[in-house]
Design a protein around this ligand. Structure first.
Ligand SMILES: Nc1ncnc2c1ncn2[C@@H]1O[C@H](COP(=O)(O)OP(=O)(O)OP(=O)(O)O)[C@@H](O)[C@H]1O
Length: 514
């Protein structure tokens, strides 16, 4: 792949973009369902090359071609780097389309437009979610270094990603990590004078300046998200799983301390500071809560999760951090184990099927209770036979290894898909908030074990249900600051239905915004 040095943009693209038909590809299977529409794994008929086809959703004809798609295409056309997903071309379908099984795809509009991407086997979320998955320290360093390298390239080229999260970090079986989903990305100028929308970045990864209403910001917003991912990799579960914006800020303040003019000069001028400032002192507790982290990891994390964006470490400086230059060093991506390809969409399907199996088994059990009463003595042999596991009935605790499950969507709850892309938008049922630790069928996935095998989180994979973990993020213990009843987040409530978390159609929400 042609790699342009940081600071240089490759604007010479093939003039044939958009001229080919999607019929040049055979759709193999659906691997994703995003805000945009479906993503398919596909094979190019002529070359046999495997690609990802992302269909641009055009549900609302009146709005025309979605602005997010225009941005994504425009930005990806100028970014060429080994840690940024490659947009190969745009293809179109002039007429009604068929799905991967050859059935009409239900698209009431005639044609379709697809982005053709290089195919990636996993995303960081899905990979981390694989049953039994343990990331080693060199592996975490390797992924983190690639993430920072890709992001540094974007920032040097004056592009803010604005949606860094695990599910947007794609990984192939060569160990390469690439930034993907530039639908919320935009160019920025170094003076940070333009007014940009603060309604970007998935809630759990959103920095305090955006939550407080800042509209002048820069690359530091992405670095906060990187800090959240870094901590999540080490800790084994998301560190700030807020269900709405006030709770998100509360979780941040509980761990990072309350912002004030001392630790963040100018914070009191940020639009919503007065609405959200805690009424009691809140100490910074990163070192205490994550005391089991490696010293250099902790040092770097502190710099990434700095409240004041102007003091937050840049991608470039993070790459120079001791963490990446001390033993154990980041491993070579090629040395990483290869995993069977998996995408979130399929994993979800598998989980649903498994749940259905379990429900059927439960129903069968209720209809034919085996334990309800003791069998008559003379029939004991028979009864005993009945109590053996029924063939094909899942045996409790013997979870089938998920051979191929989506490795995408690291930060998304695993419940039934909610309407929004944000965990905080409308948490699916079963979504596990801090206070409900242990209830909701969430896997206690642990991404990593530290050196010497000391686990950072609790327990091991359960493989069932959404991630987020028991008590995730809620263990820092102190009460909520004094949030206004009718603050700048109308509709943000305990139900998690915040009005400014992204809904189902981000084009509607962001089309007009910067
Ligand atoms: N190049 C690719 N290779 C393999 N899988 C991909 C690729 N691009 C996207 N996917 C899969 O499709 C999913 C959705 O893609 P993407 O995030 O780009 O769409 P989106 O509409 O922006 O989704 P979201 O609403 O989650 O932001 C991804 O999480 C991933 O699982």
């Amino acid at each position: 792949m042609a790699v342009t040095a940081p600071g240089q943009l490759n604007v010479n693209e093939s003039p044939s973009w958009g001229s080919r038909s999607v019929d040049c590809f055979e759709k193999l299977e659906q691997i994703g369902e995003g805000t945009y529409g479906q993503v398919y794994m596909a094979r190019e008929l002529k070359t046999g090359e495997i690609v990802a086809l992302k269909k641009i959703r055009m549900d609302n004809e009146r709005e025309g071609f979605p602005i997010t798609a225009i941005r994504e295409i425009k930005i990806l056309k100028k970014l060429h780097h080994e840690n940024v997903i490659k947009l190969k071309e745009i293809v179109t379908s002039p007429g009604p389309e068929k799905d991967e099984q050859g059935k009409p795809d239900g698209n009431k509009y005639k044609g379709g437009i697809y982005m053709v991407f290089e195919y990636m086997d996993h995303d960081l979320t899905g990979l981390a979610d694989r049953p039994g998955m343990r990331f080693s320290v060199p592996q975490i360093k390797c992924y983190m270094r690639q993430l920072l390298t890709g992001l540094h390239y974007c920032h040097v080229n004056q592009v803010l990603h604005r949606d860094i999260k695990g599910s947007n970090l794609l990984i192939d079986n060569e160990g390469n990590l690439k930034l993907a989903d530039f639908g919320l990305a935009r160019s920025f100028s170094n003076d940070h004078n333009a007014n940009l929308t603060n309604r970007v970045i998935t809630l759990w990864y959103r920095p305090p300046e955006l939550l407080l209403g800042s509209t002048k910001y820069g690359p530091a917003v992405d670095m906060w998200s990187v800090g959240c991912i870094f901590a999540e990799l080490l800790h084994g579960k998301p560190i700030f799983p807020g269900k709405d914006e006030p709770e998100q800020l509360n979780k941040i303040f509980e761990l990072c301390g309350a912002p004030d003019e001392v630790n963040w000069p100018g914070v009191s001028k940020i639009p919503w500071y007065n609405n959200f400032k805690p009424t009691r002192p809140m100490k910074r507790r990163i070192r205490e809560v994550f005391r089991h982290f490696d010293r250099h990891a902790l040092e770097l994390l502190e710099k990434m999760l700095t409240l004041d964006p102007s003091q937050r470490i840049s991608a470039k400086d993070a790459l120079d951090a001791e963490y990446f230059w001390t033993d154990p060093l980041p491993c070579d991506p090629k040395s990483l184990p290869k995993y069977e390809s998996s995408h979130e969409f399929q994993t979800k399907k598998k989980r649903q099927q498994q749940r259905q199996h379990e429900e059927t088994a439960k129903r069968q059990k209720l209809q034919h209770p085996q334990h309800a009463r003791l069998p008559p003595i003379q029939q004991s042999g028979q009864a005993h036979a009945q109590m053996r596991p029924v063939p094909n009935q899942p045996i409790h605790g013997s979870q089938q290894p998920v051979a191929a499950g989506p490795s995408h969507h690291f930060g998304k709850p695993r419940g039934p898909p909610g309407p929004g892309r944000y965990p905080g938008g409308n948490p699916p049922s079963g979504y596990n908030h801090s206070s409900r630790g242990g209830q909701g069928g969430y896997g206690n996935t642990q991404y990593a074990q530290g050196r010497g095998g000391a686990p950072y989180g609790s327990g091991s994979m359960s493989g069932a249900g959404p991630r987020g973990g028991a008590g995730g993020g809620g263990g820092y213990g102190v009460g909520a600051p004094n949030y206004p009843q009718n603050g700048p987040y109308p509709g943000s409530s305990g139900t998690g239905r915040g009005s400014n978390v992204m809904g189902g159609n981000r084009n509607q929400q962001y089309g007009w915004q910067q």
